[in-house]
Design a protein around this ligand. Structure first.
Ligand code: ADP
Ligand code: MG
Length: 305
């Protein structure tokens, strides 16, 4: 029992936050286990940063509790801050410091000795010049300093708020590799994003947040299978449009030129069978995007309410 409990590195329990009278978070609960990459996914303004800042006690929860590595976020926030690696949502550094100076400064504040070799290694991987002052760096390069300051003390737990914002695709790949390495080492990683494909391949589980509420929480593959499936089909023959209806799970049909776009809910077998009764020229499965996953969850919630 004890061991089971300790495997939960992050426990957020009924977290509620009011900014004045505005309720930014409402009963947010989830756990992140040791060795897991957990994604908090949601559109801008959903409450991701508020959740993450609360974990470090930069924001004081109105209700609920957060435990990180067994430590209480309100009482033990200083210990938590030195233990974890945190990348804030809008990372800024001091314009007049170069990367090296900034990292030295930040580690000094955290009372952690600098592992210069590791910092250099990380900078090299991200192709960042540590001797350039921040004011002469692009947004993407500043973000790299932010990422390095979160990783440079080799923390057991990482809390990363939209870490890849501003990074070009090649550096996103470097970031993904780094996350997967940390995961392999058994570290615990909590990551937020407003773009699903960015974190999709990294996350073991995700929670979807909208308007301060968790609307779904599951493994990545389960969430996708629960969401709407979209297929793009071009037929060689004329089809009987009426036969592609509710009875085979089709919720919606759009036609542009000779291309049909079908939205199919639930089991796709009847739909596929119907497709094969025709002559198909091209058939593509389109990954549902985040907004569509939200929508299908909202519709389900309303129906079940
Ligand atoms: P996300 O990170 O998902 O984009 P945030 O956690 O930053 O969302 O914000 C959640 C909601 O709380 C938004 O509606 C935002 O406008 C509001 N909010 C965030 N910070 C403050 C604040 N300091 N004062 C008042 N409202 C805030
Ligand atoms: Mg944010």
């Amino acid at each position: 029992m004890y061991n089971f409990w300790m495997s939960e590195k992050i426990v957020v329990d009924k977290l509620t936050k009011y900014y004045g009278t505005f309720k930014a978070l409402s009963n947010v609960s989830f756990n992140v286990n040791k060795g897991e990459v957990f994604g908090l996914i949601g559109p801008n303004g959903a409450g991701k940063s508020t959740t993450m800042r609360s974990m470090l006690n930069f924001i004081f929860p109105s209700k609920g509790s957060i435990t990180i590595n067994g430590l209480d976020s309100k009482k033990d926030y200083l210990k938590i801050r030195s233990l974890i690696g945190y990348l804030p949502g809008e990372f800024t550094t001091y314009e007049n410091m170069n990367g090296q100076e900034y990292l030295k400064h930040i580690l000094h504040l955290r009372k952690i000795p600098q592992n210069e070799n590791y910092v250099k290694k990380l900078a090299k991987r991200f192709d960042l010049d540590l001797s350039k002052k921040a004011k002469n760096l692009s947004k993407g390069n500043k973000q790299k300093i932010g990422i390095i300051q979160a990783f440079c003390h080799d923390p057991e737990i990482l809390i990363l708020d939209e870490p890849t914002s501003g990074l070009d695709p090649l550096k996103q790949q470097v970031f993904d590799d780094l996350i997967l390495e940390y995961k392999e080492k058994g570290k615990t990683i909590f990551i937020s994003s407003h773009v699903l494909p960015e974190v999709e391949m990294l996350c073991d589980r995700v929670a979807i947040i909208k308007d301060g509420k968790i609307v779904a929480e599951n493994t990545m593959s389960k969430l996708k299978s629960m969401a709407m499936n979209r297929f793009e089909v071009i037929f060689k023959n004329e089809i009987k449009e009426k036969s592609f209806g509710k009875s085979i799970g089709v919720k919606n049909v759009n036609k542009s030129g000779d291309k049909y776009i079908f939205d199919v809910e639930g089991d796709v077998n009847k739909f596929i069978k119907k497709i094969t009764e025709n002559k198909v020229s091209t058939f593509k499965s389109i990954e549902p995007d985040l907004e569509e996953i939200f929508l299908s969850f909202y519709k389900k919630r309303k129906r079940n309410a």
